[in-house]
Design a binder for this molecule. Structure first.
Ligand code: UDP
Length: 356
């Protein structure tokens, strides 16, 4: 297939602004290239693709970043900057539609306009939905596409898909990771880890409380999206509890993350998937997560971590005392079987070919 993959309009690939979508896009592109497909990626100016994506063409456009729907009010109207990336991207797609250069378009943006365009675009347009329900306008337009032809939609987990008004059982594709990028570490330090955008929906304060209760340091990796929130979390625990390591490229992230005895994952929202959960497991790090959203489908209690009652830091701390029962090699094996780039690309290919 000749596919045009449209990236997130939140910012350039490689900046971290796109959250988990950045890694999803890289795995998706390299996995589909490996299966012999021709891929063009449309992304924000300043983007870079990973080394395994060199076979793809990268088209870049300038423009102001879109505001993330996830931080808009549930009943907010649809907004976009007139000189924004979103209208730039979709103008390119509309121009391409009549030219015959592509078999299909794959949209990775969680934005209203591309969903709304689906029934009228001259090219088959597919959407990998990257979040659960956060906004009524998005719920509405996703339901509209589902009612028109649900084969155009895929989701990362069943829990995420359950947020939407669908007409048939959802296509669930999971996510995929380039396992050569993550080393298995079998000798951890007495250190807990937390990875994610530092923003309220990620619940860092609960991980901080659990670490403080255990008297262990908590290393934090990720983009500080909300500095006031980060400061409030810092102030909620004794000084020295939190070790802020910043946003690192995967190569450095996996080296440091692998040294943790456990990753704490504390979503306050219906996390669609939870890339960081799988990335930790790929390094051999067991995950202690809230039984909520995607992580509740990824963590297999006793195999690659433990699940605990949501919003309960005490339960997190208690489960951390049991991570020595988890075999770090088994965490990695679970990822190899369920969330490799190759497995993900096969599922994507099946979905798009059936939709076509
Ligand atoms: N991440 C990273 N470097 C860091 C911290 C995070 O590259 O220092 C990446 C991480 O690998 C993951 C993404 O940020 O792929 C966060 O994705 P996730 O699905 O966990 O959450 P989202 O931000 O999409 O809600």
């Amino acid at each position: 297939m000749r596919l045009l993959v449209v990236s997130t309009p939140l910012g350039p690939l490689g900046s971290g602004r796109g959250g988990g979508v950045e890694i999803t896009l890289n795995s998706l592109v390299s996995g589909l290239l490996d299966r012999g497909h021709q891929i063009t990626v449309l992304a924000a100016e300043g983007s870079s693709l990973g080394p395994s994506c060199t076979g793809a063409e990268l088209w870049m456009r300038p423009g102001r970043p879109q505001l993330s729907s996830q931080h808009a009010a549930r009943d907010a109207d649809v907004l976009m900057p007139a000189d924004g990336l979103l209208p730039q991207f979709w103008r390119v797609v509309l121009e391409q539609a009549g030219r015959g250069g592509f078999d299909a378009v794959l949209n990775l943006a969680y934005d209203w306009m591309p969903f709304w365009l689906t029934p009228t675009l001259e090219l088959p347009l597919f959407h990998l939905v990257s979040m659960g329900s956060v906004n009524a306008a998005m719920d509405g337009v996703i339901a509209e596409v589902a009612a028109w032809d649900q084969r155009r939609l895929a989701f990362h987990t069943a829990t995420q898909a359950a947020d939407f008004a669908l007409t048939a059982p959802p296509v669930v594709v999971g996510n995929g990771f380039d396992l050569t990028a993550y080393g298995l570490c079998l000798d951890p330090e007495p250190l807990l880890g937390w990875v994610g955008r530092v923003a309220p929906e990620k619940g860092l304060e609960d991980a901080a409380a659990a670490a403080s209760q255990l008297g262990r340091p908590l290393a934090i990796w990720g983009l500080v999206e909300d500095p006031a929130y980060a400061a409030a979390v810092e102030a909620s625990v004794p000084p020295g509890t939190l070790d802020w390591r910043g946003f690192l490229a995967t190569e450095q992230l996996q080296l440091q993350l692998g040294r943790c005895e456990a990753l704490l994952n504390t979503p306050k929202w219906n996390e669609a998937y939870g890339n960081v959960v799988v990335e930790a497991m790929a390094c051999g790090v067991p995950v202690v997560a809230y039984r909520r959203g995607g992580p509740a489908e990824l963590v297999q209690p006793g195999c690659n971590g433990w699940l605990v009652e949501p919003d309960n830091p005490k339960a997190l701390a208690e489960a951390v005392t049991r991570v020595d029962q988890i075999d770090r090699g088994q965490c990695r094996s679970w990822v190899e079987k369920e969330a490799s780039r190759a497995v993900f690309a096969e599922r994507l290919e099946r979905w798009i070919q059936q939709g076509l």
